[in-house]
Each structure stands twice: as C-alpha cells, then as structure tokens.
Design a protein around this ligand. Sequence first.
Ligand code: GDP
Ligand code: GDP
Length: 437
Amino acid sequence: MLPLVALVGRPNVGKSTLFNALTRSRDALVHDEPGVTRDRHYGVCRLDEARPFVVVDTGGIAGVDEGLAGATARQARAAAEEADLVLFVVDGREGASSLDDDILRWLRKSARPTFLVVNKTDGLDARAALAEFSRYGFADVFAISSAHRHGIDELLAKVLARLPADGDAEILDDDPERVRIAFVGRPNVGKSTLVNRILGEERMIASEVAGTTRDSIAVDLERDGRKYRLVDTAGIRRKSKVEEAVETFSIIKTLQAIEHCQVAVIMLDANEGVTDQDASVLGAVLDAGRALVLAVNKWDGLSTYQREQVEGLLSRKLSFVTWAEAVRISAMHGSGLRELFRAIHRAHASATRTFSTSEVTKALEIAYETNPPPVVRGHVAKLRFAHAGGENPPTFIVHGTRLRTLSDTYKRYLENFFRKRFKLIGTPVRFVFKEGE
Ligand code: GDP
Ligand code: GDP
C-alpha cells in the first residue's frame, strides 16, 4: 500500500497551503489544463519520486467542522484514524488555542504516530514558536512556513524516515513483460462488471499474485498473446450486493491503483458524460504521469441519436486529452474489449518507447526551425539539443539558453510536435528545460 499521511488541525492554520506544498504537480502544464479537477482533500506527494505517499487534508475533525460534508468528511476522518502518520498543524502566530487542545485530545484517543507542525513561522523566532507548544509534549516538532516553503524539506525527510515502504509496488513490478493495468472510475460505471467479464473469459490462465498484507493484490492474465497484470482489483471483484449499495467512492484506493499501474483505464458511463468525479480521477492519472485509455461503457443502452450526443459531449469535455484514445465498450455484453486491449497496448508501447539522442535532437531542430520561439522583451530562447530523460511517461530534456522566456503556448507546441513525430498515443509527455551552453 502507498503510505498515508493525514493533515489534522483547526481551520486557518495553513493545512491546505501545506497540502499544496506537498502535492503540487511538478508539471506546470498539466496543472493549467482546463477541465482537470483536483480533489482538494486527497493528493499524492511525489517530492521524493521514489517514495510517493498519499496526503489527506482532513479539514474539520473532532467536531471542529469546516464544512466537509457527508461521505467526504467521514472518509477523511477514517483516513486520519488509519494514517501511517498524522501531521498536527498549528498556527505559530496565534499560538495554542482551545480548539487545538480539543484536537489534541482526539489525536491521543486515535493514537496514531504524530508530528507537531508549527506553521506560519516566517518572520518569527522558530524556537519561541515551538516553545509555545512544548506543553503538548511531542517528540517530533517542526517549525515551518508552508506559504514560503521553509522547513518543508526537513519535514519531508523526517516523514519519509517514519513511513513504511510501499511493499506492493515492488511485488507488482517483478515481471517486466507484464503490462500493469488498472480500471478506475467512480462507482457504478461498470468496473466490476468489466473485470469479472475479462477474468471470466480468461479463467483458465488467470492467476492471483500473492501480496504481503492481503491475500491478493493483483491478477495476471493473457489476451491475444500478451501478458497483463490487473492491479488493485481485489476490492472490485469481491464486491458483494451489500457493498454495492453502500459503497462510497474510495479515493485512496483509486490513487493506489493509479500509482501501481502503467496504463490507467478510466471508465466512464456513456449515460452520464464526464462528471466532476471523473475529472478528478483524470487529474490524478495526469499527475501520476500514467498512460491513459478512456473506456466509455454502457454503449449498448444508447440509441443512435444518443450516441451522437455522447460523442459530441465527450470530444468537448475531453479536448485537453486528445492524445488519449476513447474506446466505446459494453462490459455487460463484452463488446469493444478487443479494441480496448489494443488501445492499452498502444498506450503502453508509447509510454515505454526509447529514443536516441540524435532522433530527439533532430526533432527539436525541425520544431525550432519550423516555428522559432517568439521574441520576449528583446530576448529569444535558443534551443540547442535534447535527449531522452526517462520513460513512462516519455520525458525529454531540452538544453538551451533563455529558456525562462518560453511561453506555455510554445511548450505545448513542442509537445504536440514531438507527439506527432514520434506517434505517441495514450501517454502524457514531459519536457524538462535545462539552462546552459
Ligand atoms: P486551512 O484552513 O488550515 O487549510 O488554512 P489555509 O491553508 O487555507 O491557510 C489559512 C491562511 O493562512 C491563508 O490566508 C494562508 O495564506 C495563510 N498561511 C498559510 N500558511 C502560511 C504561512 O506559512 N505563513 C503565513 N504567514 N501565512 C500562511
Ligand atoms: P462499479 O461500481 O464501477 O464496479 O460498477 P458495476 O460493475 O457494479 O456496475 C454498475 C451497474 O451498471 C450494474 O447494475 C451493472 O449491471 C451495470 N452495467 C455495467 N456495465 C454495463 C454495460 O456495459 N451496459 C449496461 N447497460 N449496464 C452495465
């Protein structure tokens, strides 16, 4: 499992500012995409790329309600009770308040490992700010400023030292021939129906992969001569009638599945279009840099007119991920599955393609000559050479000078140019710009 860190504290101490400092995407371009929603309470911290963990901002807790309604509030509270580590955030400017005391009592009851994080210490004497809270008796105390990113690295190092490793990631990654896929989406889109159908058809060769903590964390299967591993399907497959009725959308499970896969298949319900919850799952996939296929399910139930309507709606709502293939399927009837697996294969092949330095530099030269960057306040960026910087997602490192003057529009142009030239379908693409001769 991905480790879980919960931010707990009264309103206004800076939890969401800290949440953003920990979870903000490295990929500024992705951040700006209109149509992508990010859940403001759940995110993945990837400041150390090798050790991602889930961060949950619990908002109001212990009766200190901040307006997190219903299911989300219950999930957030449950998350804090199960967290591997709690960060108890307090306000270094205002000092300890009775609300902080209430939360402290709640934390003592829940008995999770806890760090005390004194925020807003910018411009304050850190030692005095910590002393104010010394009566709380925490062994691990940190003076930080979330807004200015002071003390975040030190805090992160101590958090990572305290968190367990994600053992599942290693177990799941032991067979490079298998494409790891995850079916994600909000409740009722048809994930269980699809997974059961796929496994039903493949009953003879499907075999469960043993995990450490649970009986099964993945299922292996072969299709059309290719090997796959379905990750984090245990919850999907075992769904009972009772669970079906009460199931709430488990964001943590979804983040987990996305993290553990190479290709995320986001399932949509053709009858519902693209909801906010769908957009937030999409945001999580983009943040993780995973290859993506959209499976538009329940296609069977639609009339020709409805199908046209849905096509139009999808192309509008998903215009920012035109690189992802959308496959129309019916999990119930098993139609479209061959095309779905072909799309998964194409996405994986694109995501893991390798590039020589000469072909990447050549692509950069042609892109540059076809459309040089515009002059910005008398300066113009010079792009010198490029090379591959990693796969899954494909990453290109571009070297040059005055790169700070490159606009997002120009970066997008480069991305689209590379996509076309290298026929990259179904995967995000990253660019890293390195200043220097
Ligand atoms: P939350 O209610 O606990 O999520 O708190 P927010 O993150 O919304 O922050 C509440 C207010 O405190 C906002 O106006 C922030 O700009 C401010 N704030 C957050 N972190 C810091 C910090 O490190 N220093 C200062 N000076 N202000 C901060
Ligand atoms: P999950 O919550 O995403 O796992 O969704 P389920 O697999 O439990 O499906 C939710 C409901 O949608 C169930 O009543 C299914 O029978 C129905 N359903 C699933 N796939 C299809 C499909 O392809 N066509 C139609 N018409 N209904 C479907």
